[in-house]
Write a protein that binds this ligand. Structure first.
Ligand code: FES
Length: 286
């Protein structure tokens, strides 16, 4: 139990600091206007941004809406934009933030449902589209299971960090490519595609390569790496996407060796035209 909580329970005085919480407010039932509301709160060391919001809701404004469940960085539902960064509210200590003003907004790159709660269905759909489960050809064996599909410790090591994804969606909200292309599969889904492709128990690599090998798939990633910077679990989706690109190329080369080289080329390459807004190359200088 944190020291402050122990003191509070023992009736001792707990040292606090006063913070101003500037919270984004949006009510879909009252038109499309959004605003900020300020709440002052005395906060003790050990209080997270989520704890503070819960207290504001209990003590000052019960109309404030936000989402949370586990309060321990596991369920991934308390993603929010705090002082300009996508974070988990339950993992962000108020005392660790700079200054005494805490700005809380909903995650970017998602539609806002109400106040801080946003609609993350688009991320879950993208996640579902890469088939995030073990695919097997021997379905008969699955129907009449007689044992386990085994995995070596080395194979587990290879994919282990990518299995830590809690689907909080912070990576997608930090991604500049997702901000400009709503159809981009996004770091969460692409990292999971790689995680399952490299799982030695899986036999669905071709299916997933076909899903991610397009202009809204892994090639759209420009390796800004902001997804990896904000991931609260150290998954490093940016690394997974680069490894996924390698997997796609190796898969296509394998197809070429099988005499299916035409699958390497985009189907309509003959009709390719340069976009009108792409400027001419500069004159050669030497
Ligand atoms: Fe579950 Fe924050 S409430 S991760």
């Amino acid at each position: 139990m944190p020291e402050e909580k122990k003191k509070e329970r023992a009736g001792e005085k707990v040292e606090t600091r006063t913070y101003t919480f500037q919270v984004f407010r949006f009510d879909p039932d009252k038109g499309d206007g959004s605003s900020h509301r300020e709440y002052k709160l005395d906060v003790a060391r050990g209080t997270t941004v989520l704890d503070a919001l819960i207290r504001i809701k209990e003590e000052q404004d019960n109309t404030l809406s936000f989402r949370y469940s586990c309060r321990m960085g596991v369920c991934g539902s308390c993603g929010m934009f705090v002082n300009g960064l996508p974070v988990l509210g339950c993992q962000t200590q108020v005392y660790d933030l700079d200054g005494d003003v805490v700005e809380v907004k909903p995650l970017p790159n998602y539609d806002v449902m109400r106040d801080i709660a946003c609609d993350q269905m688009s991320m879950f759909e993208k996640h579902k589209s890469v088939k995030p489960y073990i695919l097997r050809k021997d379905t008969k064996e699955l129907d009449n299971a007689r044992g386990e599909y085994t995995q070596t410790p080395e194979n587990l090591d290879w994919i282990y960090q990518f299995t830590y994804c809690i689907k909080c969606g912070l990576c997608l909200s930090a991604c500049p490519t997702a901000a400009s292309d709503s159809e981009f599969a996004g770091p969460q889904a692409l990292a999971q595609a790689y995680r399952y492709i490299k799982d030695m128990r899986d036999e669905g690599a071709k299916e997933r390569v076909d899903i991610v090998d397009n202009s809204h798939g892994c090639w759209r990633c420009h390796f800004a790496s902001s997804c990896s910077q904000v991931c609260p679990k150290g998954v490093d989706p940016a690394l997974a996407i680069q490894l996924l690109k390698r997997e796609v190329i190796l898969h296509r080369l394998w197809l070429r060796r099988q005499g299916k080289g035409s699958e390497l080329m985009p189907k309509k390459i003959k009709d390719a035209k340069r976009k009108e807004d792409v400027p001419d190359a500069p004159e050669k200088t030497v």
